[in-house]
Design a protein around this ligand. Structure first.
Ligand code: URA
Length: 230
């Protein structure tokens, strides 16, 4: 890996600040002052910034209880982002494994492990997600069959994959789906002539939102939770 990327990945510095640090002779590699950003770093090299050794952090895996009004993005000019809720170093290499809309609450997974993130989000892995939805109107009687057979969503060419529905009350349901298209759940209920007025994600694969996490709180995943995503 290039030296500038190594420093950016192991500190809170942006690439631009890394360049300045290199030019200001603040970086040593194996005891030697280095200004060359393109120098290749191997795992045995010792890189120091201002005399302190830099070590790769991670891989890191977190679950977060997303509040309303937060955006699932790394930066946003108008709204707080879910990353603002993390008190962790070097947040710029963390990514959200499956975004929620600004008005959706519940389970968000955050990691700096790219392949793991891919297994959560790629359609090929069909990782199941469970949502609790409050609907504007009572749900039609044959919703289960329609969801099982697949719905044609607005502006899509293919039917949705089979989804399972549990009725909690006349206008509250639990829906499990294995895909994650843009506004998928809201569009699925729109296709059933209904409207989602509140949406909460409870589960991704075998990982369930921890009851003990208050809205806005987060915790590292357990080893079993990490390993459950295959
Ligand atoms: N489906 C939606 O419509 N919104 C979400 O936030 C997640 C799934």
């Amino acid at each position: 890996m290039r030296l500038d990327k190594y420093i950016a990945d192991t500190t809170d510095l942006s690439r631009a600040l890394v360049k300045i640090a290199l030019r200001s002779k603040r970086v040593m590699v194996n005891g030697e002052q280095i200004k060359d950003a393109s120098l290749q770093i191997s795992p045995t090299d010792i890189v120091q910034l201002d005399g302190a050794a830099l070590r790769p952090v991670g891989p890191r895996y977190f679950m977060l209880h997303k509040p309303l009004g937060y955006i699932c993005a790394t930066i946003d000019n108008d709204h707080p982002t879910v990353l603002d809720l993390l008190d962790e170093p070097n947040k710029k290499i963390l990514h959200i494994a499956g975004r929620l809309d600004i008005d959706t609450t519940g389970l968000v997974l955050i990691t700096d492990d790219g392949p793991w993130n891919h297994r959560v989000t790629s359609p090929r892995h069909e990782c199941q997600k469970t949502y609790r939805a409050t609907l504007a109107n009572a749900l039609i009687s044959d919703a289960e069959q329609k969801l099982q057979a697949g719905l044609l969503l607005n502006s899509e060419k293919q039917l949705t994959k089979p989804a399972t529905l549990e009725r909690l009350s006349s206008n509250e349901v639990r829906l499990t789906i294995s895909e994650g298209k843009y506004h998928q759940v809201k569009r699925m209920f729109a296709a059933l002539d209904n409207r989602v007025v509140a949406l909460h994600r409870e589960r991704i694969g075998a990982i369930t939102l921890d009851d003990s996490l208050a809205v806005g709180e987060y915790r590292p995943l357990t080893e079993a939770e990490i390993q459950s995503i295959q």
